[in-house]
Design a protein. Structure first.
Ligand code: TXA
Ligand code: MG
Length: 347
């Protein structure tokens, strides 16, 4: 089933969606970050359907979505003042806070960990669905495991329509990258996954912040990560990808043209301003955003990766962004998209 709520939320359809959730079915719904595949977080069998639909490894835990801050303490324990401050400051919004879980959250949700990721989306449709269903909703990003997250409804329908009971269309995702995942360790917020809420913003209200080493480094073979998600290939099209970046535009353009000379079967994901300077057919240059516009870049990147994949080239070459503010989250995703095939050109 497909519901179009781009203009307004249909009340009869909203009731249907909530009934589906209460009945243990799974649905696709919008949030401000990316679309999610949701189920009643308190129902083990319903949550199992999410893992099956995505082909997600069972040791990768799900985030639980609530509509009201009062619901948090029913499913998790706020142990520190730092956690409380993060909740007070950034919720509702694009942040997930890892808290000690209460027994009411089934093991399948937390993949056996004693913690659970809690998120309170600001998206109105997401809030309405959670409120009307009257249960917390477990939801990973709406994509087959390993692929780029769903941010555009046509991509999501193509990939998931047969696998879920209903897809709710709320238009393109506003942010386009998944939430910032934070865990407070020894009273310091540690960013396990960067996102729209930046390290700088957290630092401003809390003080010291750490970025988990696995945000930019490859996991070693026998290493146990703080966040199980980093064990797996992620955000990746089927086509091999390569990431390049330079603070000097001309160097980046020169390098791209050099790579194209060596291999013509390439698709470029790049900035609009560079299109005329790169020697490739028009349909092989996909504009992600205008220069320096990281918001637009974040919003478009997954859609562009999917579009590039359809060309079936041997390589997707991606122009990266500066690694600060929202750029931290973009570069984190792209490094993993490219399986760390990254070149920074300095001279
Ligand atoms: O923006 C988002 O967060 C979206 C929307 C739908 O809310 N959801 C999302 O979920 O991105 P998912 O499952 O694709 O990513 C959740 C990430 C995974 O990397 C997972 O390993 C990590 O959060 N995670 C979940 N629970 C955790 C826990 N208890 N401890 C550490 N990491 C956890
Ligand atoms: Mg995901």
């Amino acid at each position: 089933m497909y519901y179009n709520w781009k203009q307004n939320i249909d009340t009869v359809e909203l009731q249907n969606v909530s009934n589906l959730i209460k009945n243990g079915d799974i649905i696709v719904f919008p949030t401000e970050t990316v679309y999610g595949i949701g189920a009643n977080a308190l129902d083990t069998e319903a949550v199992r359907k999410i893992f099956l639909a995505k082909g997600r490894p069972s040791d990768n835990p799900l985030i639980v979505h609530v509509a009201d801050k009062k619901e948090i303490e029913q499913i998790a324990v706020i142990q520190t003042a730092v956690e409380q401050k993060l909740i007070d400051t950034f919720m509702p919004g694009p942040i997930t806070i890892i808290l000690k879980k209460r027994p009411i959250i089934p093991d399948i949700v937390s993949a056996g960990l004693d913690t659970v990721g809690i998120r309170m989306p600001s998206n109105e449709i997401a809030q309405k669905i959670i409120k009307t269903s009257q249960v917390p909703i477990a939801a990973p990003s709406a994509n087959i495991s390993g692929r780029p997250s769903g941010t555009k409804i046509s991509d999501i329908r193509e990939e998931l329509e047969e696998r879920v009971s209903v897809i709710v269309d709320g238009g393109d995702s506003n942010i386009g990258l998944e939430s910032t995942v934070v865990k407070v360790i020894d009273n310091v917020p540690v960013i396990l996954r960067p996102g729209k809420i930046t390290p700088e913003q957290i630092e401003e209200v809390i003080g010291k912040v750490r970025i988990d080493s696995k945000v930019f480094e490859k996991l070693l073979d026998d290493e146990k990560p703080e966040s199980p998600g980093v064990k797996y290939r992620h955000y990746a099209p089927k086509t091999k990808c390569k990431l390049i970046y330079s603070t000097k535009e001309n160097l980046m353009i020169k390098e791209i043209n050099k790579i194209i000379e060596e291999n013509k079967d390439i698709v470029i994901l790049g900035f609009a301003e560079h299109k005329n300077k790169i020697n490739i057919e028009e349909d092989r240059y996909i504009e992600v955003s205008s220069l320096e516009n990281v918001e637009e870049y974040a919003k478009n990147i997954y859609t562009c990766l999917r579009k590039a994949d359809k060309i079936n080239a041997t390589l997707i070459l991606i122009e990266g962004v500066e690694n600060k503010h929202l750029g931290v989250a973009i570069m984190n995703r792209l490094l993993r998209t490219c399986e760390y095939d990254y070149k920074e050109i300095n001279d």
